[in-house]
Design a protein around this ligand. Sequence first.
Ligand SMILES: Cc1cc2nc3c(=O)[nH]c(=O)nc-3n(C[C@H](O)[C@H](O)[C@H](O)COP(=O)(O)OP(=O)(O)OC[C@H]3O[C@@H](n4cnc5c(N)ncnc54)[C@H](O)[C@@H]3O)c2cc1C
Length: 245
Amino acid sequence: MSKLVSFPTSLPSNPIPNDTNAAEVVASFVSRLVNLESQDFKNDAVWRDTFALTGTSRTFYTSSTITAAWHETTKRSQAGSFIVDDKRTRTIRSPFGPNWIQARFSFETDAVPQTICTGLITLVLTADSEWRIWTLRTILEQLKGQPNVDVLASVNGTAKLTNGQIEECLFDCIVIGGGQAGLSQGGRLKALGISYVVLDKYQEVGDNWKLRYGSARCKFTTFEEVSALALLTPCCDSTHLSRIL
Ligand SMILES: Cc1cc2nc3c(=O)[nH]c(=O)nc-3n(C[C@H](O)[C@H](O)[C@H](O)COP(=O)(O)OP(=O)(O)OC[C@H]3O[C@@H](n4cnc5c(N)ncnc54)[C@H](O)[C@@H]3O)c2cc1C
């Protein structure tokens, strides 16, 4: 038998009535997110946190485990100000598959470090016609009082390189690997004003892929496109690349 069958998750199949007011359903949950109880979750619910409440990347399974971890972490981090992003509430209906309501929300934490976070909640109708949380996703977006990591000022063209050698040798942070994750990390460190260097075992950006597959080609023609990997907004020039690597 497939191992998948033993995983503590399942797809919701109960249909959602056409007259359902998704915004009302979502509001009833988000308004009491701090005080969630075990029965608010589907038995096989999943909560995935990315640095927002646990300080790391963690996934919790089942209603009882999630409730205990949720209470502990929201209390410890003093999470609050949960606000739904009404424009992004959706009802997902499929004639043959899962049905659910999904919504985005934001929240803040007041313990040190104070943060701004976002979340994604999905709600399903159970067989007893009760709404339950199916999945919960929480993500750290910003440290309060620190620069916006999604906005990077253009470099001023004074890259500290001489004949390809970087002049500085002391950095607050060293990122190992200049792939997608490493470049993203570099962009965010720069936005925070933290000095850093990205080291890669290969000579050039993308060599990890270009040298592995003879037919591999880089789709990016400008550094603006490459920088979009890191920050989603093209806002740095090609000088930045030479500063990264
Ligand atoms: C066959 C294939 C095709 C794919 N096609 C696509 C696609 O078309 N579109 C898409 O969006 N995604 C695609 N992906 C997924 C995408 O490539 C990965 O999600 C992405 O590259 C992961 O980024 P990363 O930074 O985590 O790892 P990587 O891109 O692997 O980067 C890791 C970097 O670390 C460096 N490194 C490793 N060890 C060391 C060390 N000891 N010291 C210094 N440097 C080191 C490597 O050289 C590399 O540059 C594909 C993946 C595969 C396997």
